[in-house]
Design a protein around this ligand. Sequence first.
Ligand SMILES: *[C@@H]1O[C@H](CO)[C@@H](O)[C@H](O)[C@H]1NC(C)=O
Ligand SMILES: *[C@@H]1O[C@H](CO)[C@@H](O)[C@H](O)[C@H]1NC(C)=O
Ligand SMILES: *[C@@H]1O[C@H](CO)[C@@H](O)[C@H](O)[C@H]1NC(C)=O
Ligand SMILES: *[C@@H]1O[C@H](CO)[C@@H](O)[C@H](O)[C@H]1NC(C)=O
Ligand SMILES: *[C@@H]1O[C@H](CO)[C@@H](O)[C@H](O)[C@H]1NC(C)=O
Ligand SMILES: *[C@@H]1O[C@H](CO)[C@@H](O)[C@H](O)[C@H]1NC(C)=O
Ligand SMILES: *[C@@H]1O[C@H](CO)[C@@H](O)[C@H](O)[C@H]1NC(C)=O
Ligand SMILES: *[C@@H]1O[C@H](CO)[C@@H](O)[C@H](O)[C@H]1NC(C)=O
Ligand SMILES: *[C@@H]1O[C@H](CO)[C@@H](O)[C@H](O)[C@H]1NC(C)=O
Ligand SMILES: *[C@@H]1O[C@H](CO)[C@@H](O)[C@H](O)[C@H]1NC(C)=O
Ligand SMILES: *[C@@H]1O[C@H](CO)[C@@H](O)[C@H](O)[C@H]1NC(C)=O
Ligand SMILES: *[C@@H]1O[C@H](CO)[C@@H](O)[C@H](O)[C@H]1NC(C)=O
Length: 440
Amino acid sequence: MRGFISFISLLLATRVCSYVVTYNNTCEIYPESLHHDGKDIDDAPSILQAFDICGKDGNVIFTNHTFNVNSVLNTTNLVNCDVSLQGELKFSTNITYWRENVFSVIYQNQSTAWLFGGENVTLRGEGGWINGNGQTWYTWNKNKGNQFGRPISITFFNSTNLLADGLTILQPQFWATLVWQSQNVSLTNFFVNATSDDEWDTTNTDGYDSWRSDNLRIENATITNGDDCIAAKGNTTNLLVRNVTCHGSAGITVGSIGQYPDWPDYVQNVTFDNVHCLGCADGAYIKTWQGVPTDHDSNGDSGGGGGGLVKNVTFSNFDLEHVGLPIQISQCIYSESDSKNCNTSKLQIEDVSWVNFTGTSRYNIAASLYCSDEVPCPGIKFDNVSIQSVNETLGLPLWNTTLQDEVYQCTNLVGQNSSGIPCNHVAPNNYSQTVRENVK
Ligand SMILES: *[C@@H]1O[C@H](CO)[C@@H](O)[C@H](O)[C@H]1NC(C)=O
Ligand SMILES: *[C@@H]1O[C@H](CO)[C@@H](O)[C@H](O)[C@H]1NC(C)=O
Ligand SMILES: *[C@@H]1O[C@H](CO)[C@@H](O)[C@H](O)[C@H]1NC(C)=O
Ligand SMILES: *[C@@H]1O[C@H](CO)[C@@H](O)[C@H](O)[C@H]1NC(C)=O
Ligand SMILES: *[C@@H]1O[C@H](CO)[C@@H](O)[C@H](O)[C@H]1NC(C)=O
Ligand SMILES: *[C@@H]1O[C@H](CO)[C@@H](O)[C@H](O)[C@H]1NC(C)=O
Ligand SMILES: *[C@@H]1O[C@H](CO)[C@@H](O)[C@H](O)[C@H]1NC(C)=O
Ligand SMILES: *[C@@H]1O[C@H](CO)[C@@H](O)[C@H](O)[C@H]1NC(C)=O
Ligand SMILES: *[C@@H]1O[C@H](CO)[C@@H](O)[C@H](O)[C@H]1NC(C)=O
Ligand SMILES: *[C@@H]1O[C@H](CO)[C@@H](O)[C@H](O)[C@H]1NC(C)=O
Ligand SMILES: *[C@@H]1O[C@H](CO)[C@@H](O)[C@H](O)[C@H]1NC(C)=O
Ligand SMILES: *[C@@H]1O[C@H](CO)[C@@H](O)[C@H](O)[C@H]1NC(C)=O
């Protein structure tokens, strides 16, 4: 292992004479490049060493330098540890290396470059950031979905009482974050920007996903990406999301769920409040798989037939600008184009409210609410939802359609007449999550 540890005074420490400098229970990390003429020598061994020494009842400081992360990081089982990110953590772009060495996160056969967590842990972005160097991945990915071994930038795993404050993730390789098997995890003042500079999209660059986790919070986030801004996946409970701006993303969602018959998904007590969605493909929606398993060969995209329950979800105070499909329930998110089995899901959805929505839709549709024939949805409500098509706000007609009024599609909503939803069309059972034209 590289890195030389010196138990010396702060005075000496400030001379930057080693890679991990420790004093009391604090470990300061310096990059190898400082001693090797700027060469991008892997700093992961020094980082792991710092967490070994100071991960229990200690502090770890990434000093204000650029760190080369050329190999995987497993910094889990921390206890009472405060981490300060003052420099840039730059992940390498050796796709061959990463695909062979990433850690599995089990879910959908996905993987991560960094497993992070423990009990009573803070991670503060004090001027520093994570640079996933994602452009290489976007270009390599060529718009495919869920390619094996394309890693999540950082996964908060097996954690209790974890706060990540001021975390910035630029150009995530894949999903920026995942919270997995954890409770009491908060992300505050969180910033993600995945932007491609070539013809390939930033597919699968979700900002925040949660799975098998309870008591979660996100407050103050700005996320620019090409996939879900925030996604509450299976067994996410008691999640509060507040004050989030999503740019160009696929919006705020519960799902996808219902993929695995062996793992029913329970998502309960979720509030998304005060969300601004600009140019998003979707706004506020719930997406489940169909009830009959299907095989797609691309990783992560086969499944269906999973049960469970979505209950007590509130989307409130949304401001939408130019959003493709502002509001949706789909129970066949990956088989819609086949027009198959969309009415077969057994995953029950109930007590979901959309409250105080304003803004514009890209087309003539505000909402498509399709609940499966197997499990019609009770307790679906709108309160003060007011969405206009962009064209209507400009006084222009909507193209290629006779429907000049905003469309609200509804199917299998129990108590539709008292739902507050101005249903004016039947929701077809094969409506896509990606809308590209006006409803005719
Ligand atoms: C280490 O802790 C001791 C005792 O609390 C303190 O006197 C000393 O200043 C600390 N050293 C540094 C470098 O902070
Ligand atoms: C990560 O490190 C912990 C020790 O802290 C170990 O128990 C665990 O197996 C490691 N995880 C992986 C995926 O290697
Ligand atoms: C990339 O990683 C592979 C597998 O670890 C390794 O064999 C190869 O030498 C690396 N390439 C570069 C340019 O470092
Ligand atoms: C975590 O913090 C809580 C509250 O301060 C404390 O009661 C608990 O003992 C800490 N956990 C560990 C493993 O030290
Ligand atoms: C980090 O160093 C850069 C110059 O290398 C400086 O501009 C920046 O203000 C420093 N950040 C902090 C938090 O000190
Ligand atoms: C998860 O954390 C607990 C302590 O809370 C620890 O005992 C257990 O080994 C950790 N599991 C893994 C896989 O790291
Ligand atoms: C995201 O990055 C792109 C490219 O660097 C930049 O044009 C854009 O302004 C950034 N977005 C935000 C919200 O900072
Ligand atoms: C919302 O979050 C943004 C950062 O994403 C912050 O600049 C803004 O002040 C926050 N607004 C409120 C009301 O907290
Ligand atoms: C959110 O941002 C506002 C405005 O900057 C700030 O007052 C508030 O403390 C932030 N919330 C959190 C949890 O940091
Ligand atoms: C969710 O929790 C239930 C038990 O409450 C369990 O049966 C199910 O397998 C879990 N699902 C997932 C996705 O972990
Ligand atoms: C949902 O919230 C209620 C009220 O706080 C609580 O009683 C219930 O246990 C929560 N449900 C879950 C699944 O956590
Ligand atoms: C619904 O969830 C919210 C948190 O999102 C919670 O405050 C409320 O008590 C829950 N209601 C029920 C009936 O469980």
